[in-house]
Design a protein around this ligand. Structure first.
Ligand code: FAD
Length: 323
């Protein structure tokens, strides 16, 4: 189980968390485990959030600043690694390859990743000049988000459906804003931008390894097998906020993915989805005072909200508990 369980009780405030995606729920769980009384208000059911669309490979994609991202990512990696021992969590550790298409790739994300090594020629997909092999958590969100909800419920968190329009109306001693892309509206922050991503879910033809090819000249490509299905992506269109899958985009994504992983060629399509990553120049995680009450902000995680979730939730719990 995650390390926060059983930790010392640091206080008991009434905390209202706005947002029931991966960040809001993980923050709520950490806060409840720290001894707070927590209510989550979420405009959407968890299966309709951006979090439910995530691939979700542990990888700090499109998130900044680097130092904090590395720290949050490392903390989350440790928790996901522990959770992989519990099959009900939907977390598994899988080997895979990050493709490199430049002579001196920047492995800024790789500090602390166990088992990292250059890929051998026979481990590289067709046409890929180089790559790094490593084993990372793959988080099956269709199983993980219900696990997280159940863990929140067991810790005494109350999760309710509600769309918040004004923070001043909320109950609680402290408010946590973890509403993804909508957080900026609630806090008067106009630096948030959607980064649209489209994925297609295929039947798994028996793949063992994930693949990430960020610099593919034809476009971002990733293949994340999960046992019965494979998430294939993707796109990252800054400023686009359409939520409907585009068949032409899907055809192009599949073409790229099948070129790299030919075993996908005849795999049946199971479903398709579009999600809006909560883009921001940097993740916002701080404590301010709004209408005379402490407000902790936790949003703007771009393409790495799952990857950073446990590290950020620990910081949120510390900020809520601080005097
Ligand atoms: C195609 C795609 C692939 C991705 N792959 C990965 C990956 O491999 N690894 C990874 O780490 N990340 C990945 N991501 C990114 C990840 O999904 C996001 O960073 C993460 O889901 C953000 O979580 P969140 O909780 O901040 O926001 P969300 O999941 O968007 O949740 C926001 C919550 O706030 C609620 N809300 C909004 N407005 C209000 C309001 N006014 N009142 C009350 N509640 C409100 C919503 O109902 C929802 O519950 C991917 C994203 C996409 C789109």
């Amino acid at each position: 189980m995650p390390p926060a369980e059983g930790g010392p009780l640091r206080g008991s405030s009434a905390v209202t968390v706005v947002g029931g995606g991966v960040l809001g729920l993980t923050c709520a769980l950490e806060l409840a485990r720290a001894g707070h009384r927590v209510q989550v208000l979420s405009a959407d059911p968890v299966q309709d959030t951006t979090s439910a669309v995530a691939a979700a490979l542990w990888f700090p994609y499109r998130a900044a600043p680097v130092d904090a991202v590395l720290r949050w990512g490392a903390a989350s990696l440790a928790v996901f690694t522990e959770l992989s021992a519990d099959p009900s969590s939907g977390v598994v550790l899988r080997p895979g390859t990050v493709v490199h298409r430049t002579p001196e790739p920047d492995l800024w994300w790789a500090a602390g990743i166990p088992g990292l090594r250059p890929a051998t020629a026979d481990e590289l997909p067709p046409g890929a000049p180089a790559g790094t092999r490593c084993t990372l958590p793959v988080v099956e969100m269709g199983r993980y988000l219900p696990w997280l909800l159940a863990a929140c419920s067991a810790a005494g968190v109350d999760v309710a459906a509600a769309r918040v329009t004004r923070l001043v109306d909320l109950p609680g001693d402290v408010v946590v804003v973890a509403a993804g892309l909508a957080s900026g509206v609630l806090l008067g922050d106009d630096t948030c931008v959607p980064v649209q991503g489209q994925v297609v879910r295929l039947a798994d033809p028996g793949l063992e390894d994930w693949l990430l090819d960020e610099d593919n000249p034809a476009g971002l490509t990733y293949v994340v097998p999960r046992g019965t299905d494979v998430i294939v992506g993707g796109t990252a269109v800054e400023g686009a906020n359409g939520a409907e899958p585009d068949p032409r985009v899907e055809a192009a994504v599949l073409e790229r993915a099948c070129a790299l992983v030919p075993a996908l060629r005849d795999a049946p399509v199971l479903s398709r989805a579009v999600g809006l990553r909560p883009g921001r120049p940097t993740v916002r995680l701080d404590r301010t005072v709004v209408d005379g009450r402490p407000v902790v902000a936790c949003y703007g995680h771009g393409g790495a909200g799952v990857t950073l979730s446990w590290g950020c939730a620990a910081d949120v719990a510390a900020l809520v508990s601080s005097p």
